[in-house]
Design a protein around this ligand. Structure first.
Ligand code: ZN
Length: 68
C-alpha cells in the first residue's frame, strides 16, 4: 500500500484510518490523515471518530474490510 503515512503528522496509518479518511473526505483520496489529525481537522474527539469507524463497519462499509 502506498501513501500510508499521515500527511499532517507522518504517523503510520492503519487500514481503519485510511478507510475513515476516504469516508470523511473522498473515496478516491490518495493522501490520508491519521485519526488524531482528522479529529483536529473537524474539531471533534478521537473517540467520536472511533465510534464512527465501528458504525461504518457495522453498516458493512467495504472501505474497512480489505487491508492492502
Ligand atoms: Zn496525523
Amino acid at each position: 500500500m502506498k501513501n500510508d503515512f499521515c500527511i499532517r503528522c507522518g504517523k503510520r496509518l492503519s487500514a481503519d484510518e485510511i478507510g475513515l479518511h476516504k469516508k470523511l473526505f473522498n473515496r478516491a483520496a490518495a493522501e490520508f490523515m491519521c485519526i488524531e489529525c482528522c479529529a483536529a481537522h473537524f474539531d471533534v474527539s478521537v473517540e467520536l471518530l472511533e465510534n464512527k469507524i465501528e458504525e461504518f463497519k457495522k453498516m458493512g462499509c467495504t472501505l474497512f474490510e480489505n487491508k492492502e
